[in-house]
Design a protein around this ligand. Structure first.
Ligand SMILES: C[S@@+](CC[C@H](N)C(=O)[O-])C[C@H]1O[C@@H](n2cnc3c(N)ncnc32)[C@H](O)[C@@H]1O
Length: 226
């Protein structure tokens, strides 16, 4: 387990960002800078695809991967989920934990990158990854980590922006080939998994926030059968 999970942060305590982080320091620094540049980066509202897909689920244990400023984690906690929320940016996590404290909600915050965090395996009823900026590696480490965290009978919900083609990348300096997309997770699925949703659809976007210009989602919802 990571220090963060092992230490078991008390309810909504602001996580220590000084010494507990596990993961690539450059990734952390890049995202810390992005968050620090704005007082608030995202809308503060839960993602529409999460709300659509999770509203009807029976609450259990959920892992929010790349939780950002915590809007999804708080929405899940309000609905009775036992929430573990993981994030590389300490700046974002401090904001998220502050929002949870203000709302009187309990969330287990983990300051780590997905692949460095020694998460409990096969133990989350829902693994939610909403627009996670996970870097690709040749051994598909991040894709495998997403799947490995799901408990038998549980779900992985991976949502990403559609249309991030290489023409966009060329113009903006962002190369989508560097990142994990839902199709890369889908191609790892074997007979232990059932695909419930794998589609592109219009995004139900919260008002405001840095990603508001994205109009369509790629939604992958898969269930671990055993
Ligand atoms: C586009 S933002 C989405 C944030 C949030 N899920 C939302 O929808 O508002 C991507 C997030 O992934 C985080 N992130 C990047 N690499 C990560 C990694 N390896 N493990 C966990 N989180 C990561 C970033 O810090 C950032 O907060």
């Amino acid at each position: 387990m990571t220090d963060a999970i092992a230490a078991g942060f008390p309810a909504s305590e602001v996580p220590s960002t000084a010494d507990r982080y596990v993961g690539d320091p450059d990734v952390r620094a890049e995202w810390d800078q992005r968050y620090a540049d704005r007082q608030q980066l995202w809308s503060g509202r839960p993602n529409g695809a999460l709300v659509a897909e999770a509203a009807g689920l029976t609450p259990g244990r959920v892992l929010d991967v790349g939780c950002g400023e915590g809007a999804d984690a708080l929405w899940l906690a309000r609905r009775g989920w036992d929430v573990t929320a993981l994030e590389v940016s300490g700046v974002a996590l401090e904001r998220a934990a502050g929002h949870a404290r203000d709302a009187g909600l309990t969330v287990r915050w983990v300051h780590a990158s997905l692949t460095a965090a020694a998460l409990p395996q096969a133990s989350f009823d829902l693994v939610s990854a909403q627009y996670p900026a996970l870097l690709r590696t040749p051994d598909a480490e991040a894709e495998r980590a997403l799947l490995a965290a799901v408990a038998p009978g549980g779900l992985l919900l991976l949502v990403h922006h559609a249309g991030m083609d290489s023409a966009n990348a060329h113009d903006s300096g962002f190369d989508p080939a560097d990142y994990v997309w839902p199709s890369m997770v889908a191609q790892l699925l074997d007979g232990d998994w059932e695909v419930e949703v794998d589609e592109q659809r219009p995004r139900v976007a919260p008002d405001g926030g840095a990603g508001a210009h994205h109009t369509d989602d790629l939604v992958l919802r898969v269930r671990r059968l055993r």
